[in-house]
Design a protein around this ligand. Structure first.
Ligand SMILES: Nc1ncnc2c1ncn2[C@@H]1O[C@H](COP(=O)(O)OP(=O)(O)OP(=O)(O)O)[C@@H](O)[C@H]1O
Length: 417
């Protein structure tokens, strides 16, 4: 209905307007696969990054279960936009899906992701935003992977099973100050790549956990591994033939792992580094402490990535001072009998209550009854979620323990007399 001149003018103005609106927008296209059908790994990496954003920002999203980590993973549905913000500017991610012809003439669906941003941010996108996206995606992929528990057998190789120990810092009954100190130490350690590089030290940290059996040394190791999302290598020294084999085993551990040597005082002759042979259930073990210490000090520096080494012992007094020397074990953690704070954590976790009429009495008995968290757990678990019965049985057990200890003390005095 419009005269041609007016129509021409309006078309011209419309194109000018469109140009102004889009001229400064830059787009980067990341295809799922190329014309030969080969997958583009960058596409998956970007999808991983966007999955974390989709869960919180998208209105429509696809969801699937990650079979390895049993977690849900989200992704954008086709033709969806997702806005992301970085250093005060906005970028737009768009998910697209279209058919492409392959070389043999069949058509396949190709998905792509388009990143659009204002041209004036081009520099920042390439030097800061995209590297950050890749870094975040790498961290997410690491978090979503299945953690594994490795053990060494007589065949001198590591074999692994999925690591699923449920102990975490939340379930661990431990003084809260100590818990926080360990958590911040671990966080500092994993974030310390540049620091370790700058000061010229191997990126490792040694922990010595000592205390009575049942105070939670193994539970703490699992909590540490779960906190960091690290694999665990449970090093059984009695299965290692000699120091050469020990070094081979240690060198074949992956990065981001906790290497554990439990009951170090029982498995090797830790009191005599030079002899290096000794007892473990009457077995001769030719691995010695110097093998481990040399590795900690020297060879480990050739390994890429970060590693935690954790030794546990029930008898710290039996350990060679060389292991306790500063610089060898960076943190010594004394695991003790169940205290008031630890008791409340166990009561909440196992009996499901935050307070109870018998709590004050139980707390009063804790110090003299000297019960380990494992013993408290044992009684509580026997009562299911019956908090009444659980608390009554724990208090009874503590009184009985007090009585036994008093009787033992009386017997010793009688003998002395
Ligand atoms: N501090 C704790 N917090 C929560 N649960 C604990 C704690 N300590 C012990 N337990 C419970 O007792 C069980 C045994 O504890 P764990 O194996 O961690 O103790 P341990 O000190 O390593 O003992 P051992 O020296 O005999 O190896 C655990 O499975 C857990 O249920």
């Amino acid at each position: 209905l419009l005269p041609p001149e007016l129509r021409h003018l309006l078309t011209h103005l419309f194109h000018r307007l469109l140009q102004t609106l889009t001229a400064d927008t830059v787009s980067i296209v990341i295809d799922n696969s190329d014309a030969n059908g080969l997958t583009n790994p960058l596409f998956n990496t970007i999808e991983t990054y966007l999955s974390s954003k989709s869960a919180t920002s998208s209105k429509v999203m696809k969801v699937a279960e990650n079979p390895k980590s049993r977690t849900l993973s989200y992704s954008m549905s086709p033709n969806q936009d997702l806005l992301d913000y970085f250093h005060g500017f906005q970028v737009k991610w768009t998910s697209k899906s279209h058919l492409i012809m392959t070389q043999n003439g069949t058509s396949i669906e190709n998905r792509s992701i388009v990143l659009s941003f204002d041209a004036k941010h081009r520099q920042a996108i390439h030097t800061m935003y995209l590297p950050k996206v890749l870094h975040d995606a790498e961290e997410l992929e690491f978090k979503n992977r299945e953690k594994r528990l490795f053990s060494n057998g007589r065949d001198h190789y590591w074999t692994s099973v999925p690591f699923s120990h449920p102990s975490t810092f939340e379930t661990l009954a431990l003084d809260s100050k100590l818990k926080e100190a360990i958590k911040s130490d671990l966080t500092r350690f994993v974030k310390g790549r540049d620091y370790y590089r700058r000061v010229g030290r191997t990126w490792k940290r040694g922990y010595l956990l000592y205390g009575t059996p049942g105070t939670g040394k193994t539970s703490l190791i699992s909590a540490m591994a779960n906190f960091l999302d690290f694999d665990v290598y449970d090093l059984e020294l009695t299965a290692v033939a000699d120091n050469t084999q020990l070094r081979t085993l240690l060198l074949s551990t992956g990065s981001k792992c906790v290497i554990v040597v439990e009951d170090v005082d029982c498995t090797v002759d830790v009191m005599n580094r030079s002899r290096g042979m000794k007892r473990s259930h009457d077995e001769m073990v030719s691995v010695n402490l110097s093998g481990i210490l040399n590795f900690l000090d020297g060879l480990w520096s050739t390994c890429e990535g970060e590693r935690l080494m954790v030794f546990t012992t029930n008898h710290v007094e039996r350990l060679d001072p060389a292991l306790l020397r500063p610089g060898r074990m960076d943190m010594h953690v004394h695991m003790t009998y169940c205290g008031a704070e630890a008791f409340r954590t166990l009561m909440k976790n196992y009996l499901g209550v935050g307070d109870h009429a018998l709590l004050a009495e139980a707390e009063g008995l804790l110090q003299s009854a000297k019960m380990t968290p494992a013993e408290v757990v044992d009684v509580m678990m026997g009562c299911g979620d019956d908090a009444e019965l659980g608390m009554r049985n724990v208090v009874e057990k503590m009184k009985w323990r007090q009585f036994e200890m008093a009787a033992d003390a009386a017997m010793v005095t009688e003998k002395e007399v």
